[in-house]
Write a new protein. Structure first.
Length: 62
């Protein structure tokens, strides 16, 4: 996964279950990876995982 990809303008999304406190996890989908960041610190580098890993994570939450 390319860690040097510019994420300016990335399609960051947060869960509809997130409240208004501003403490959310956001994700941005890309063809080769899913970028995940803490909404409180968007300037820090995001975690990047494969789509399969992200899907497995979501399935484990259900």
């Amino acid at each position: 996964m390319g860690t040097n990809q510019d994420l300016t303008g990335a399609p960051w999304r947060k869960s509809s279950y997130s409240g208004t406190s501003g403490e959310c996890v956001e994700m941005a989908p890309f063809p080769t990876h899913i970028a995940i960041r803490d909404s409180k610190t968007p300037s820090l580098p995001p975690l990047r995982v494969t789509p399969a890993t992200f899907t497995a994570f979501l399935n484990s939450l259900r």
